[in-house]
Design a protein around this ligand. Structure first.
Ligand SMILES: *Cc1c(COP(=O)(O)O)cnc(C)c1O
Length: 402
C-alpha cells in the first residue's frame, strides 16, 4: 500500500516535484519511507518513552533481522561507522568514551584498503578520523594483498574498515572473508560499511564483526543507521551516546521507525517488487534503445544487490546532445527527472527503477523521448564538457543558501 501523497507538501514550500530514477540518494531525500515506518514514527512522536529501553528493543529487532548478537540505531550509516570505530577504541571504558576525540593512550589506527577509500557525499576516511582515529591505507587503488594488510596491522591497530559499495574500486580488492581472517588472526575487529547493501546476514556470516547499514535506503525507514554485530562492540558503540555520539543523536521517531522498517522488510513481497521494476526496465529499454544515437541495456547492480538498472549510452554526434546535457535537461524539465550520473563523463547514465511512484515510469518515457527529439532539432551538441558541468555544480553549492 503506497502512503497517501496528497496534498503534495512540496508545493507548499516551493520545492520541485522531482521524479527520482537515480536511486536512494541523500541528495534527493534518501527513499520513499514505507508506510509502516511512517506510522510507527507518527505514533511515538507525541509520546514519552524511556530511550534506552527503546534502544534495547531495537537491538532485539536488529539481532533478529541480521543474526547478530546485538544492534544499535544511530543517526545514519556514516555516524554508525564513526561510532563503531570509537567503540573499538574505547571499549566499555566511560573515561575513554569521554576523552575522545583525544585518543591518547588508546589504539588509534584503522586499516582500510586503498580501493575502499571512497566517498558517499563525504569521505569514508573522514568518518574514521572523526572518532579521533587515523586511517592506514593498505595496498594501492586497484591491488591489495594479504601480506600488505598483515603488514599494516600492529599494536596500535584498533579496527579495520571494509567498504562494500558501487563507489569502491570493483576489482583487485581482498574478499571480505580473507580480509576478516587476516584481521582476526591479529585480534583486530572488522567494521563493514554496508550502507546500501540489502543482504542483512551474509556479510556478518562472512566475517564482519560489526555491520553498518543505512535505515533510510533500501529499508525505507526514517533517517537512521543500523549497527549490528558482536555484543561487546555494539555496546561500546552505544556508549558513545555519552561522548562523541551525542553530536549525532538519533530521535525516538527514527529508532522506532527502524524497528518497523526491519519488520516490514521481512514481510515485503520482494519477488513482486522485482517484477514491477523489471516491467519498468523492459518498457524503458523498448522505448529508448535504437533512438538515434542512443543505446539502452539492462545491467545488474555491481555489488550484487537484487536490483537491475537501465544503462543509457548517448553518442553525442548522432543524438546531438551529450549524456550530461541530456541529464541536465531532464532535471530542468517539467516534471524534473533526475537520473544516476556517477559515470556520465563516459557518455552514459543509469536509470534506477526502485524509487518510483505508480505512473511515473510513463512520465519518464515521455520526458526522455521529448528531450531526445528536441536535441535532434539542434545542429550540434554543446561544447560544455562533463568537467565543466561538475565544476558548475560545486560553484552552486558554495553559493548556498542563495
Ligand atoms: C550512503 C552511504 C553511506 C552513508 O550512509 P548514511 O546513512 O546516509 O550516512 C556510507 N557508505 C556508503 C557506501 C554509502 O553508500
Amino acid at each position: 500500500m503506497p502512503a497517501p501523497r496528497t496534498p503534495d507538501i512540496r508545493a507548499r514550500y516551493g520545492l520541485r516535484p522531482i521524479v527520482n530514477v537515480s536511486g536512494t540518494m541523500t541528495a534527493l531525500g534518501a527513499s520513499i519511507a514505507v508506510p509502516e515506518a511512517i506510522a510507527a514514527a507518527s505514533a511515538l512522536l507525541p509520546e514519552w518513552v524511556e530511550i534506552n529501553d527503546l534502544h534495547r528493543k531495537a537491538s532485539q529487532a536488529i539481532a533478529k533481522a541480521t543474526g547478530a548478537e546485538a544492534g544499535f540505531v544511530t543517526a545514519c550509516c556514516s555516524a554508525g561507522m564513526t561510532l563503531a570505530v570509537a567503540g573499538a577504541m574505547t571499549g566499555a571504558d566511560l573515561s575513554r568514551v569521554e576523552q575522545l576525540p583525544d585518543a591518547s593512550g588508546m589504539k588509534n589506527e584503522v586499516v582500510i584498503l586503498m580501493g575502499h577509500m571512497t566517498g558517499y557525499g563525504a569521505d569514508v576516511t573522514q568518518a574514521i578520523r572523526l572518532a579521533g582515529a587515523t586511517p592506514v591505507p593498505v595496498g594501492n587503488v586497484t591491488d591489495a594483498r594479504d601480506y600488505q594488510l598483515a603488514g599494516k596491522i600492529n599494536e596500535r591497530t584498533a579496527a579495520a574498515m571494509y567498504v562494500v559499495s558501487h563507489h569502491t574500486v570493483q576489482y583487485g580488492q581482498l574478499p571480505l572473508a580473507d580480509f576478516a581472517r587476516i584481521c582476526h588472526d591479529k585480534g583486530v575487529p572488522v567494521i563493514a560499511d554496508l550502507a546500501s547493501e540489502s543482504d542483512l546476514t551474509g556479510y556478518l556470516a562472512a566475517g564482519a564483526d560489526v555491520a553498518v547499514y543505512s535505515a533510510h535506503k533500501f529499508l525505507g525507514g526514517l533517517t537512521a543507521g543500523i549497527v549490528a554485530g558482536r555484543k561487546d562492540l555494539v555496546r561500546a558503540t552505544f556508549l558513545q551516546n555519552n561522548g562523541v555520539g551525542r553530536g549525532m543523536k538519533v530521535g525516538k521517531e527514527s529508532v522506532v521507525a527502524t524497528i518497523a522498517a526491519l519488520e516490514a522488510w521481512g514481510r515485503r513481497d520482494h519477488a513482486a517488487e522485482r517484477r514491477k521494476e523489471r516491467g519498468y526496465l523492459d518498457l524503458w529499454k523498448a522505448r529508448f534503445d535504437g533512438q538515434p544515437g542512443v543505446r539502452a541495456e539492462i545491467i545488474p547492480d555491481p555489488t550484487g544487490n537484487p536490483i537491475d538498472r537501465l544503462k543509457l549510452s548517448v553518442d553525442p554526434q548522432a543524438a546531438r546532445i551529450t549524456a550530461w546535457d541530456l541529464a541536465d535537461r531532464l532535471a530542468a524539465g517539467d516534471p524534473p527527472v533526475i537520473i544516476r550520473d556517477h559515470e556520465v563523463e563516459h557518455g552514459f547514465f543509469e536509470m534506477d527503477p526502485c524509487n518510483l511512484h505508480p505512473g511515473e515510469e510513463g512520465v519518464v518515457v515521455a520526458r526522455v523521448l521529448a528531450e531526445l527529439e528536441a536535441a535532434r532539432g539542434r545542429n550540434e551538441p554543446s561544447e560544455r564538457s562533463a568537467a565543466d558541468r561538475k565544476r558548475a555544480r560545486f560553484e552552486r553549492l558554495l553559493r548556498w543558501p542563495d
